[in-house]
Structures are given as structure tokens and as C-alpha cells.
Design a protein around this ligand. Sequence first.
Ligand code: NAI
Length: 248
Amino acid sequence: MNIKLDGRRAAVTGAGAGIGREIALTLARAGAALAVCDVVREPAEAVAADINGAGGSARAYAVDVSDSAQVNATCDAVVAELGGLDILVNNAGITRDTLMLRMSDDDFDRVLGVNLRGAFFFTRAAARPMMKARWGRIINIASVIGQMGNAGQANYAAAKAGLIGLTKSAARELAARNITVNAVAPGFIATAMTEKLDPATREAYVQALPLKRAGTPEDVANACLFLASDLASYITGQVIRVDGGMLM
Ligand code: NAI
């Protein structure tokens, strides 16, 4: 896809693996300078090295998005070291699946802490430099589960539904400063997260999909590339599903 992001500075959370890694590589190929953020330093450094090795520009940042002090410090460092922050992709996410009656307080709080509070912390921190620049793109990686619910994922569904509410509120608050805020809601994407499911469950998910295949990280990254670009300047507060037709 020939979409250009030359001169833009982008931060992607949870970018050491899976969907976040692919989003970082895709935005970098389009010309953006990348802040590759992950709670684990080594994979973030490996992704930054891949980008730099391919002629792009990237720096790695170790940050736990569920810790607001770490997020604020990271955002300040990104703005100082990249010279600004134009695009934020809140992608970091975890699951702790179990039926509600067995779900511990910690299972619930930890999933909300990373998937929802983390996105709030990073959005709040990134909004300041974007407001100053009067240009910004914030993309939140939600999930179809936030719209459908799912047995065994009360914590995750609540977090992703909350993230959609956060997206719409932030879109309304920031629109006057030319900052768009959208959510991408993937369906069933082949990554380490879905690798944890047993093969029969995975196959049942795929067979129920109209497009009859699992999505790839590239499928999600392409939607993010479009939303991050000038082509999407009139789209805000939306939830774009990338799900092979799972929910329609
Ligand atoms: P993954 O498990 O492959 O990668 C997640 C990355 O986030 C890892 O590099 C991990 O170290 C990082 N991370 C975890 N906790 C963090 C924290 N506290 N701070 C910073 N980084 C942290 O997951 P995947 O599949 O790539 O998922 C990415 C996003 O897409 C998540 O928000 C997930 O909920 C969402 N999603 C995934 C779907 C799928 O089918 N794989 C479907 C729908 C949504």
C-alpha cells in the first residue's frame, strides 16, 4: 500500500511481538520514525534493530503501560528523542481467561490495568504534544470481544468495551485540535495470544468465519496505516472491525 508517513513520529505499545510488532514495522516502512514500546526490553530492541537495519528509524523503550509514572516518563523521552509525537497506537494487551466464578480480583484488575488503564495513561500523556502541534492520530487496538462479549473473557470484554468508550470520548475531546481517535477491533488473529488456545477451539473459530481463515497481524497493521495517514483525516470516533466478517 503506497501510503506515506514521512516526517511523522509514532509510538506503538506492546510492539515487541505479534500485532504491535507488525504495526511498528508497517508504519516505519511508510516513513514514520518509531518509538517501539514494550514491557519486555529485548523484543522491543530487536524490532527497533529490524527497522533501523531496513533503513528506517526507530528507538526502543521499556515501559509497563499499566504504570502511569512510567508512561509519562516514556512519553516525555519519546517527544525529546524523536522531536515530537504524532501517532500513538495503544496496542499492548493481555488476557487472563477463565469463567467468571473462578476469576480472581487480580485476573480482573490486571487485564483492566494493561488493556484499559494503560491506553488511558498513554492517551493522556500523548494528547499534550499532539494538541500543541494541532495534529494527531490515536489508534486503540480493541477487539470484537468488546462488542460481542465472550464466555471466559469477562475481564477482557469489559476492558475492550471500556476502550471503545475511551476512544469515543477522546475523539470528542480532541477533535477541535485536529486529533482523530479511532479503535481497530480485530477478530481472530494468528499470534502468540491465540496460539494459547487448544487446536480444536482455534479450528472452530476459523470455520465460523465467513472468510474461513484466521487474520494476520498484517491485516490489522494495514487498517492502522490507513487510520494514521492523511487519507483518514475525516474519520474519528469509529470502531473499524478487522475480523473476516466475524461480526456484522
Ligand atoms: P501478543 O501477546 O502476541 O503481544 C502483546 C505484546 O504486548 C507483547 O510484546 C507483550 O510483551 C506486550 N505487553 C504485555 N503487557 C504489557 C504492558 N503492561 N506494557 C507494555 N507492553 C505489554 O498479543 P497480540 O495478539 O499481538 O495482541 C495485540 C493487541 O491486539 C492486544 O491489545 C490484543 O488484545 C488485541 N487483539 C488480539 C487479537 C488476536 O486474535 N490475537 C484479537 C483482538 C484483539
